[in-house]
Write a protein that binds this ligand. Structure first.
Ligand code: 5AD
Ligand code: SF4
Length: 468
């Protein structure tokens, strides 16, 4: 899965395709796949006349696209629902209607609970049923009582979703794989997103071409276990992600390819070779390891050792020496001792990460670790998280500082913070700010980095000429 903030509403999104007659407001929490899904829900509702609105006030429909990955997710949904309930009541008192839908992984995991606690919710839908949204809206409009769709339907939702209509801009997301069969001890994803499934190569390539035609220069392939992607190639032969990346790299105009989130077990030779041989595949990889202790990795059911992870990183660095690494870490998984934690710190020191996400273990109902007897006290989790994050912050600062003086390609994506500035991103996903003309937005230009800040870089244009 992608890094799941699960903390704050990530963004508001909605899309239109024809003259709007109704307003749709979408609130998205969590991972990039949820952001992508919100766009697709808006796509599927566009033919019904739903158009974007940035605020819930006045909306005919509000969708909460939720995340269940860590703590308090459901509570955040309920508090947001409480706020929306007032808007819905006010609208209905004025003779109008507001359809309230809860989508995403909280809906999948706690659909019945949502309807029990918030009976004013009209629709509860799990991530595999978005293509049925128009039908659910029709049913909700007709019926008294809520519509709930949280089964895993036999048909493939991607076969039933319309082509992505919303131009996603210069940097676009494309879901190629969904679900997970790995069943890590702590994780809800196999239960909320269902079994691992890959989209066919032809569908992926067609969507990628469409995104590029709409202006995308960079595509991030998404999947909970994206490097488990597999499918048949044009030659009918089975293919894995390394081959798919090569096919995508042939699309004219697509200059940058990324993929997230990966599992170490699925980093096969072909994918590592693609890092060596496909220039468009960016030298940045988010490869969650969770822990550096073999004992914990076994308890987590990760099915690899810390040394196996080190080995993969060694191969990736041999293939692409400038590759930068990112990871996810969990501290305080049941049974984690001080020695286990120290093994994680050692792995971080050994590898050196350009960035990372780290979390306190949070018991998710229904997962094996949630019922384990040897839970780690909260205060201990806090202490470990702080120590781990201090180390990771140091490494991130060192990585950014090492960029000063380098000349690197930057894909400019928009205006900068100050007049006369433009902003883009480095191959390693750092935001980069320079003084430069707006015409460069949409192009990749060489920039000499002058200084590094906590989360961004600034520099000067090497030459005011697009290099791609
Ligand atoms: N507790 C804490 N962190 C979790 N993650 C997933 N499930 C849990 C949990 N129960 C983290 C993992 C994963 C990232 C997306 O979220 O590190 O890689
Ligand atoms: Fe969750 Fe593990 Fe699957 Fe990642 S690989 S989605 S952490 S079960």
């Amino acid at each position: 899965m992608t890094r799941s903030a699960g903390e704050q509403p990530a963004q508001t999104s909605a899309v239109t395709r024809q003259p709007p007659t109704r307003q749709l407001h979408v609130i998205t929490w969590g991972c990039q796949m949820n952001v992508y899904d919100s766009g697709r829900m808006a796509d599927v509702l566009a033919p019904l006349g739903y158009a974007p609105t940035p605020v819930p006030e006045g909306a005919d429909m509000v969708i909460l696209n939720t995340c269940h990955i860590r703590d308090r997710a459901a509570e955040k949904v309920f508090s947001e629902l409480g706020r929306l309930r007032l808007l819905k009541q006010a609208r209905e008192a004025a003779g109008g209607r507001m359809i309230l839908a809860v989508a995403g992984c909280v809906a999948q995991a706690e659909g019945a609970e949502i309807l029990a606690r918030a009976p004013y919710v009209d629709i509860v839908l799990g991530p595999q049923t978005y293509h049925r949204l128009p039908e659910m809206v029709a049913r909700a409009s007709r019926a008294a009582g809520a519509v709930i769709e949280t089964d895993f339907p036999a048909e493939d939702k991607f076969d039933h979703l319309p082509d992505a209509a919303a131009p996603q801009g210069l940097t676009a997301f494309l879901t190629i794989q969904e679900g997970c069969d790995k069943f890590c001890s702590f994780c809800v994803v196999p239960y909320t997103r269902g079994a691992e499934a890959s989209r066919p190569a032809a569908a992926v390539l067609a969507e990628a071409r469409r995104l590029v035609a709409q202006g995308a220069r960079e595509i991030t392939l998404l999947g909970q276990n994206v490097n488990a992607w597999h499918g048949a190639g044009p030659d009918g032969q089975p293919a894995t992600l390394g081959r798919l990346v090569r096919w995508l790299a042939e699309i004219p105009g697509l200059s940058r390819i990324r993929y997230t989130t990966s599992h170490p077990r699925d980093m096969d030779d072909e994918l590592i070779a693609a890092h060596a041989e496909v220039p468009a595949l960016m030298p940045f990889l988010h490869l969650p390891v969770q822990s550096g202790s073999d004992r914990m990795l076994a308890a987590m059911n990760r099915r690899h050792t810390a040394d196996a992870y080190r080995e993969i990183i060694g191969q990736l660095r041999a293939a692409r020496p400038d590759i930068a690494l990112s990871s996810d870490f969990i501290v305080g998984h049941p049974g984690e001792t001080e020695a286990d934690f120290e093994a994680t710190m050692q792995l971080i020191r050994d590898i050196g990460f350009a960035q990372a996400f780290s979390f306190k273990y949070s018991p998710r109902p229904g997962t094996p670790a949630a019922g384990a007897p040897n839970q780690v006290p909260e205060a201990e989790k806090d202490r470990r998280l702080q120590a781990l994050q201090a180390l990771l912050r140091e490494q991130q600062a060192a990585f950014n500082a090492a960029c000063a003086g380098l000349t690197i390609p930057v894909l400019f994506t928009g205006p900068g913070r100050h007049p006369g500035q433009i902003a883009g991103r480095s191959p390693w996903l750092q935001p980069v700010h320079v003084t430069g003309p707006a015409e460069l937005i949409g192009t990749e230009v060489q920039v000499t980095i002058a200084s590094a800040h906590t989360n961004s870089l600034s520099g000067t244009l090497n030459q005011e000429r697009a290099c791609a």
